[in-house]
Design a binder for this molecule. Sequence first.
Ligand code: TXA
Ligand code: MG
Length: 339
Amino acid sequence: METKVFEKDEVAQAAALIKAGEVVAFPTETVYGLGADATDPKAAEKVFQAKHRPADNPLIVTVAGPEMVAQFATITPAAQKLMDEFWPGPLTIILNILPGKLSMVVTGGLQTAAFRMPANPLTRQMITLAGRPIVGPSANISGKPSGTRPEHVLHDFDGAIAGILDDGPTTVGVESTVIDMTVTPPAILRPGKITPELLAPVIGEVQSDHHKVGAQETPKAPGMKYKHYAPSAQVVIVDHPADFPAALKWAQRQGQPFGVLATDDLLTDVPSAVPTYSLGRDVTSATHNLFAGLRWFDLHPTVTVILAEAFGQEGLGTAYMNRLNKSAGNDHFDPDQPA
Ligand code: TXA
Ligand code: MG
């Protein structure tokens, strides 16, 4: 099939494909998503096939506004507060669903579902024109870094999906915060731009359980549990900027071609023959660039090791490190290891 690229003024054509049961990739402020009619199990099924996604990993239901959620789930007062405060925005809210309203294909057989109202106006317009919510997993083949640019989506899905709504690069760069509002206290299942510090003033205490989402992604392969977002090369995390000189020496000694993924300050000390990808200047730009960088190294297949810069586990740094640790399978450079 030919994958049609829709520009800003062609949202109606993208919406028509959704209505016809086809898969259309869409932009959000976090990453691109793979959209299909969430009320049509056959359409949702196509998304699982395109992504090679395990059938028991539930899909996010992407809505144009809270009134669309009310058709499928019970909105508790606390959930309402979150929607008032953070929607549209990078927060996905898990709620108890009304029996029989959503297909098992979408929910993975659970009595709950994840709802998200993205900030991107084109995408909300597409959903409104289609007149129904769309499923919205990240636009990447399962296990690979999520697509943050239209070219990433086409790299993974050109010829396999009906269309893509093109709105350039996303802004945040990592997926939304996922909060489970069906447990007490509410639990953050995936860290994102909306941090516990932002959530607590609105709904009180929240717990962090970053493992549940990952556990659901690969329920039958525990060994793979922590490796997602993985490029072909092995990612090795360098925890402190001061460790970079030792890490560069270690990588040179291995005799394997390696690359570096780091902010501009650190890249100035990397030998010019070493392939590098800039994370920009701080944790915000690093989060924006992370998946693009990991994908860039996949296009340089001679690199077998990527030294990657760490950030502190605070604010957006928690989301950045969560994704980086998964891409590295938790492999950190040990400055004390013997040569
Ligand atoms: O930023 C985002 O959230 C992007 C954009 C496209 O909206 N979407 C996204 O979808 O990241 P996905 O499917 O790649 O990640 C959603 C995560 C999955 O790990 C899934 O297991 C979890 O949310 N999830 C979905 N429904 C759930 C439920 N009812 N209970 C627990 N986890 C759920
Ligand atoms: Mg994903």
